[in-house]
Design a protein around this ligand. Structure first.
Ligand code: NAD
Length: 297
């Protein structure tokens, strides 16, 4: 079987179009435009590029974005103060802190300081825990993007066996819980899993997020499986590849995401969607005049 491509670029463009219409309608009805504040600490070029791409995507759909550049040696307390300021700023509906952080700053404390109602990355423990009980305010953009790719490709999830390779907090675990919520039977594999192939071969839906190029080979995939490759690996020859041996796996899968052009574009698109949801929720709760800061988390 030759797999059909799941075109993440096209699906992400469709979502951005929908978000643009939503933002325009909000503006027309209420005069409020969603605003995302992005904090960038230090001079890491990759982080700067990610923040720049997010700002560009915001602009394209009419979302206001504010970039806050802070020095790499900033004391943690000042960063937490800056987040607290944004938490109580009624003009800011969404906050993200670009990771990774300098080693002297606690990622845990930073993520816990962002108001859950403005935590569009979905990394606050209240939002991660919310996923466990089925009611998060926000789910991280990459897992949300994976779900959207499956839905918009008409892949039924209920009753399917989904195997997730990787159990990180940003991708593997939230993806597993999202699919579980949609009534998949879920297996989570990781670096200590024995006989990975025995698990992946059972997958109707295989999500690979390990950061290991070529980890999943053709013989590890069931005929007709749907394969979502989350991995982004830059090889020494400059090529960017996923975690899946694409040509071999595509011979067996029914649907497969390419890298690049699969999950990647969805991550930013879902961040935009989360930002609009944040704005709408804060507005509907009557918090946009400053009461958002009253949240006790
Ligand atoms: P991570 O390093 O935090 O986690 C990797 C996971 O893979 C771990 O749980 C580990 O146990 C598992 N793993 C590693 N080697 C394995 C092996 N040989 N067998 C089984 N499991 C193994 O990484 P992450 O942040 O979850 O990211 C994973 C990949 O996804 C990376 O390539 C990253 O760049 C990519 N990523 C892409 C996007 C996107 O938007 N496309 C977003 C986030 C992450």
């Amino acid at each position: 079987m030759a797999a059909r491509l799941i075109d993440g670029k096209a699906i992400a463009a469709e979502i951005r179009r929908e978000v643009r219409l939503d933002v325009a309608a909000m503006d027309a009805q209420t005069g409020v435009v969603p605003c995302l504040a992005a904090i960038l600490i230090g001079n890491d070029p990759a982080s700067a590029t990610y923040v720049q791409n997010k700002a560009r995507a915001c602009k394209e759909v009419g979302i206001t974005s504010v970039r806050i550049d802070l020095p790499a040696d900033l004391p943690e307390a000042l960063l937490l103060q800056e987040i607290a300021r944004l938490n109580s700023d009624p003009a800011v509906h969404a906050i993200l802190v670009q990771l990774p952080l300098p080693p002297h700053i606690s990622e845990k404390r930073v993520l816990e300081t962002i108001l859950p109602e403005k935590d569009v990355d979905g990394f606050h423990p209240a939002n991660l825990g919310g996923l466990l009980v089925g009611k998060p305010l926000f789910v991280a953009s990459t897992p949300l993007g994976i779900l959207e790719l499956l839905n918009r490709s008409n892949v039924g999830i209920e009753g399917k066996h989904a195997v997730i390779v990787g159990w990180s907090v940003v991708v593997g675990k939230p993806t597993a819980f999202l699919l579980l919520q949609h009534h998949a039977t879920v297996t989570i594999c990781h670096i200590k899993t024995r006989d990975l192939a025995a698990h992946t071969r059972q997958a109707d839906i295989l999500v690979v997020a390990a950061g290991k190029p070529g980890l999943v080979t053709g013989s590890m995939v069931k005929e007709g499986a749907v394969v979502i490759d989350v991995g982004v690996n830059r090889l020494i020859d400059g090529r960017v590849v996923g975690d899946v041996d694409f040509p071999r796996v595509a011979e067996k899968a029914s649907l497969i995401t390419p890298v690049p052009g699969g999950v990647g574009p969805m991550t930013v698109a879902m961040l935009l969607r989360n930002t609009v949801d944040a704005c709408r929720r804060i507005r509907d709760a009557g918090c946009s005049q400053g009461a958002a800061g009253d949240y006790i988390g």
